[in-house]
Design a protein. Structure first.
Ligand code: SF4
Ligand code: SF4
Lengths: 194, 373
């Protein structure tokens, strides 16, 4: 009987202790509130100034972006990807570093490298991407990066991109030109060369 | 599973059930409310981790290790990179070692917070779960600040870490610790010493030390049974020998040694120890040193094999890597602590009520991503 009553007593006291903790939170609800009214309020993204002089440091992982004019088509990012969600096709150009205006191809990257390839297809399927960031590091031209990184002034931080159709998650970065156009453009310039 | 007798019934729990912590199916033979046999059926989350690794380069394996134990990804990365560095005989800079320890211990706290909070949920206490999740969120914020990802980090690389610490990181973690340590008292008040919670967990599902050892159970589950075995102490890897911390074990405070409450409480105490390690690591963290310095250009380990064990929040996590000298592993095997913990479930839950099985399963803290791989 004594044991029975003690159990009841302990249950009530420990429950009241728990209640005290919860009520403390209730009184301090304004100060200790951690819930965010999401679509109206947004969590601030962490400060990206990491204080080091590494241009390829990229802290936010939201969405991949490619500065296609700078891409030389070296396929390093494609090879680094563990899930093979980057698909790149390239066509050789006859003259390294020459602009081909008809398909909007610039010959020289921002870093000054002469391009030997026209990137005719650069697709990233963001629904397959596992956001591992492995493709960002090997790029010699630093042109593939997660938006919100060191180039955040160029792009809005886009961490909630969503689409109605899954196909819209395939981002096509290469300029839209058909194979024939590329063929004729590259052959024209090679004819001119000969 | 033997023959089901006339007055017995086979009951399926799962594969989709909130108490199974993932996609686990339990085939339970019950006699009324009393459980007479349990057969866990796994494999619903199998993603061919080990086979995938044979077709990936050594760098590409790291994102896959993240996805095994997705609650404690840092610790999974840690085990893999420690194994690889031993195989390739890389000496990593001190700063990297300290950063790794800080990340691993933060993730241990995060993982235990989730385990304990969800355990409260399993036995019917909703509020502690919310509080623990709130505090876990702070740790995830620290990770996001450091490497941009909240759950699957790909942070530790062979020979280094992917990002150096951001400015103000040390203060942020100190701030978190100052906030977190008093909270432990709050958790104890609201859940640990609650009489209803004790009644649900004390003396339930006792795992005797001999059974635990013979099944290969490790980590907090083993320590809950009173065996003082922690790889950080007994087989130090990385730089754990430099830190001063205790290995808490279960003592049967409110019941028998090795019951669910002990396994729960060991995790609670371990968070204090992790906080202790964190404080020491933050104090000694070297200020300079390039975190990318020791990363090899091409990861191409020599022919050979390595078996390296590390202490993940769930126990003895080991990688067995066979290299044939090519940039891809010939074979990669992961020894999962949650798998052995699940295998002991049948042994310790026979004879208990059905609702106790949920309590026992929760106390083992399994992660199905790691069991199925
Ligand atoms: S982030 Fe990872 S998964 Fe995504 S495209 Fe880059 S390498 Fe592939
Ligand atoms: S690594 Fe950079 S330059 Fe090379 S193909 Fe990829 S985006 Fe283009």
């Amino acid at each position: 009987m004594g044991n029975y009553l003690r159990n009841i007593w302990e249950t009530i006291t420990t429950m009241l202790t728990g209640m005290r903790v919860t009520f403390q939170h209730l009184w301090l609800i304004r100060r200790n509130n951690v819930t965010l009214q999401y679509p109206e309020e947004r969590w601030p993204r962490p400060e990206r100034d990491i204080g080091f002089d590494h241009s390829n440091y990229n802290v936010i992982r939201s969405r991949l972006h490619v500065d296609i004019d700078d891409c030389i088509g070296c396929l390093k990012c494609e090879r680094a990807c563990p899930v093979d969600c980057i698909k790149i096709d390239t066509v050789k150009v006859p003259n390294r570093g020459e602009d081909i205006h008809s398909i909007g191809h610039t010959g020289i990257t921002a870093n000054g490298t002469k391009k030997a390839m026209v990137v005719s297809r650069f697709d990233i399927d963001m629904s397959e991407c596992c956001y591992c960031n492995l493709c960002v590091y090997p790029c010699p031209e630093e042109c593939i990066y997660m938006t919100g990184g060191p180039n955040s002034e160029k792009h809005e931080i886009d961490y909630e991109f969503s689409q109605y159709d899954r196909n819209d998650l395939i981002f096509r970065f290469a300029k839209k030109v058909s194979d024939e156009e590329i063929e004729s453009a590259t052959s024209i310039s090679s004819e001119r060369e000969s | 599973m033997g023959i089901v007798k006339g007055d017995q019934m086979v009951l399926n729990i799962g594969p989709q059930h909130p108490s199974t912590h993932g996609v686990l199916r339990l085939k339970v033979v019950t006699d009324g409310e009393i459980v007479s046999d349990i057969e866990p059926i796994i494999g619903y989350l199998h993603r061919c981790f080990e086979k995938h690794c044979e077709n990936s380069t050594y760098e590409q394996v790291i994102p896959f290790t993240d996805r095994c134990d997705y609650i404690a990804s840092m610790n999974n990365n840690f085990g893999y990179v420690v194994a690889m560095e031993k195989l390739m005989e890389i000496k990593v800079p001190d700063r990297v070692e300290y950063i790794r320890i800080i990340m691993a211990e933060l993730n241990r706290i995060a993982s235990h917070l989730l385990a304990l909070g969800v355990y409260g949920l399993d036995v019917g206490a909703f509020t502690p779960f919310l509080y623990m999740f709130r505090d876990r969120e702070r740790i995830l914020d620290i990770f996001e600040l450091t490497c941009g990802a909240r759950l699957l980090y790909n942070y530790m690389w062979v020979g280094g870490v992917s990002h150096d610490l951001p400015v103000g990181f040390v203060e942020t973690v100190y701030g978190f610790l100052d906030y977190f340590e008093p909270k432990l008292k709050e958790y104890n008040e609201i859940l640990t010493y609650n009489k209803i919670f004790i009644e649900r967990t004390a003396d339930v599902g006792v795992l005797p030390p001999e059974v635990a050892i013979s099944y290969g159970v490790s980590g907090p589950n083993l320590r809950g049974s009173g065996v003082k075995w922690d790889l950080r102490k007994d087989e130090p890897y990385s730089i754990y020998e430099r830190f001063d911390f205790d290995v808490p074990i279960g003592e049967g405070t409110v019941g028998t040694t090795g019951d669910c409450w002990d396994r729960f409480y060991v995790r609670m105490l371990e968070m204090t120890e992790s906080a202790k390690i964190l404080r020491q690591a933050l104090k000694d963290l070297p200020q300079d040193g390039d975190v990318h310095q020791a990363i090899p250009k091409k990861i191409r380990p020599p022919k050979g094999s390595i078996y390296q064990r590390t202490e993940s929040p769930r126990g003895d996590l080991a990688y067995y890597i066979i290299s044939d000298g090519s940039p891809q592993p010939y074979r990669l095997k992961m020894r999962s602590p949650a798998f052995t913990a699940l295998s002991v479930l049948n042994e310790i839950s026979r004879g208990w009520m059905l609702s106790d099985v949920i309590a026992i399963l929760g106390s083992l803290d399994i992660v199905l991503g790691e069991i199925d791989r």
